[in-house]
Design a protein around this ligand. Sequence first.
Ligand SMILES: [Zn+2]
Length: 301
Amino acid sequence: KNLIVTKMGTVYPNTYVIVCGHYDTAVGSGTNDNGSGVVTILEIARLLQNIPTEYSIKFINFSGEEDGLLGSTHYVTSVVNGTTPKMDIKLVFNIDEIGSVAGIVNDKIVCERDLFAPTSNNAASDVVTRELMACTELYSPLKAELSYAYGSDYMPFQENGEVITGFFEHYYSPHAHTTQDLLVNLDTTYVYHVAKAAIGATLHFAKATISTSETENANKDFNVSFFPNPVKDRLTINKGKLTVNDYSFTIVDIHGNRVLKQQFVNAELLETIDISKLNSGIYMAVLETDGHRITKKIVIE
Ligand SMILES: [Zn+2]
């Protein structure tokens, strides 16, 4: 069993940006390989928790990476490919070993693109890796260096045809996979800089949207609301300032599955639907009509 955190997207709740690394270690404490990546992923999740993003994000720290990418391979086989249709992945952003070595100048980070077979996904990987490089230099003081992906948890995804990119330290630490892979031997300021770049890139990949004022919010969502929230049996849809009378209403679960869909024709301002058959949990409620798609998180109790 593993803990995977899913942040639901506001526009594309069933298309995922996967931010991943591994928490297992070969020898010793593994502070750089890959404690540095694990803390960075936790920090991205913490800082982005209240920032709306158009795409969903899954934060995953895999196990068994050092034993041959076991956790990520299992995940691709049984989760990504385990449903019909398979999970829709925008890209996989892997963060593995970004601590480098204490006491040297660490001003570059390696951005990794896919150069391996299958080649159908290589051009898209090149595009997102160049975006990662641009975000790195925009959001951190580091220089981005283009290289290629190998030997980490993005590989089972790339073999599955997914689009991948990743971060790896520029100076390859001699302490990795030894008992000297300790906090004192890595550069914590460098980890901080890489984390800034990683957060900026994740906001870019998942398309962060922040409204600066209530007015802007109201214009964007037409004052559409779904209530009560949390809800038990009956959910009311308030179409707010939308002037259209025909729309579709969908509820999507945390796995991206559509669990309810209803078409409304000549809808009143308020329409009420029965949701008592749905399990309790967090869902996205989506109201769609010509040219508008309004998505809000709802909690079913
Ligand atoms: Zn590693």
